[in-house]
Design a protein around this ligand. Structure first.
Ligand code: ATP
Ligand code: MG
Length: 399
């Protein structure tokens, strides 16, 4: 048994001692065989959720109706899912109800790709009913069973195929690719949030170029939100050399860069993909910073508005478009700012009213902003008396 599974071994043993079957399954098995790090361990078992809860004291109901219970052990959570089939697919989406079964084979048969349908036993034995090991060696993404049928059951699998192509730097098997091409329009049935998760993983994978090519040649892109008329922009992405992005916001910023959208268009695009407001806000800060880095026009104001975390993001995006700063240089420039937040300004609104006789209201906000601006470009020192004098002057001019 590979070493990463050792801590989880007693869990399988306890389930087996209680008279059930239990295996490690899915991504953790695939990634370990590939020699890649794993992020979580999933277990499949013949025991029903109630039976699992009888065996273990500490469990969390994470998805009882789908057969999933999380077992807590030494501070680690193990998602444990009862063998199941997903019969009765409607609307080309994942079924709402599942049927629990007692056979591993049936559970493996409902999985999407052969490389994801491997099970690992407590003694180290790999159960491989669909030659997933062969496909791991051949670097192939291949549907379990008849591709078209599997994509009809759940159209998201098509998107998962292209994301695994990127994530693992694998090829999509020919027949599976055809199945995607023929069924791509079914993607429209799938919830945008679920498409987004796969698309983001594609952009952050090992070989986004491969995944994007597959997205293009299979026509899947045409059924993704707002991508149908972006073929040229997507093709530009194929020319980018080094993808080493760290966050989702960076990935979306790369996309925005080739689409050349303005601020409102970016907003509308990201809203259509149902991203969070936090992500939209990050992307909207990253994009202007990317343009400034590319044009060597990084001003103190932009450094200030972007903030250190997103500056590093912008720099990684800019690097993909051929021009970036040394990370240390960027950090130094940020550190050299006279203030890094409005809170660090030597005066606040209350003081302007009391000590510089500025009237409360929107004008006060404008004056504060002007002071901040002048401190940033060093035309004023960040000194309370100097700022109060300047504020009084500005207030007079306004009257
Ligand atoms: P990752 O490392 O990105 O999490 P993963 O293979 O673990 O990859 P998950 O989305 O976590 O992917 O799914 C876990 C397992 O569940 C998959 O390996 C696969 O066996 C199965 N699976 C997930 N989604 C589907 C689906 N839409 N159709 C069929 N099987 C699926
Ligand atoms: Mg997983």
């Amino acid at each position: 048994l590979p070493a990463v599974f050792e801590p989880a071994r007693p869990i399988l043993q306890r389930i087996e001692q209680a008279g059930y079957e239990a295996y490690f399954v899915g991504g953790c098995v695939r990634d370990t065989i590939l020699g890649d790090p794993i992020h979580d361990i999933d277990i499949a078992t013949s025991a029903y959720p109630a039976e699992i809860k009888q065996i273990f004291n500490r469990t969390v109901d994470t998805g009882i109706e789908h057969g999933t219970v999380m077992i807590l052990d030494h501070g680690v959570g193990y998602e444990t899912t009862t063998f199941r089939t997903e019969s009765g697919y409607q609307d080309f989406r994942r079924p709402d109800s599942v049927t629990f079964v007692r056979s591993l084979a049936e559970d493996l048969r409902r999985r999407d790709f052969t490389i994801n349908a491997l099970a690992l036993k407590e003694n180290g034995e790999v159960i491989d009913l669909f030659d997933g090991l062969g496909d791991l060696k051949r670097h192939l993404i291949k549907a379990v069973g008849e591709p078209a049928e599997r994509f009809h059951e759940d159209a998201l699998r098509m998107m998962r195929a292209v994301r695994f192509a990127s994530k693992l730097d694998f090829q999509i098997d020919e027949k599976t690719r055809q199945g995607i091409q023929e069924n791509a329009p079914l993607l429209e049935k799938i919830a945008i949030e679920r498409i987004r998760v796969e698309f983001e993983k594609l952009l952050l994978g090992q070989n986004p170029t491969a995944g994007l090519k597959d997205l293009l040649v299979t026509d899947l892109y045409r059924y993704c939100p707002r991508l149908a008329d972006q073929k040229m922009a997507l093709e530009q992405l194929l020319d980018l050399k080094q993808w080493h992005l760290k966050t989702e916001a960076e990935a979306w910023a790369v996309l925005m860069q080739v689409m050349r959208f303005d601020h409102p268009q970016r907003n509308a695009f990201l809203k259509a993909w149902k991203t969070s407001n936090d992500l939209i806000s990050d992307v909207q800060k990253i994009v202007p910073a990317v343009q400034a880095i590319l044009n060597d026009q990084l001003t103190p104001k932009l450094l200030f508005d972007t903030g250190d975390r997103l500056l590093l993001s912008a720099n990684r995006v800019a690097a993909m478009f051929g021009h970036s700063l040394e990370e240390l240089d960027l950090r130094d420039r940020y550190q050299a700012l006279p203030i890094k937040s409005t809170k660090e300004l030597a005066v606040n609104g209350g003081q302007l009213i009391k000590l510089a006789h500025v009237k409360p209201g929107p004008k006060m906000g404008q004056i504060l902003h002007q002071l901040q601006q002048q401190v940033l470009d060093r035309s004023l020192p960040n000194d309370q008396n100097a700022l109060l004098a300047a504020a009084a002057q500005l207030a007079k001019e306004e009257d």
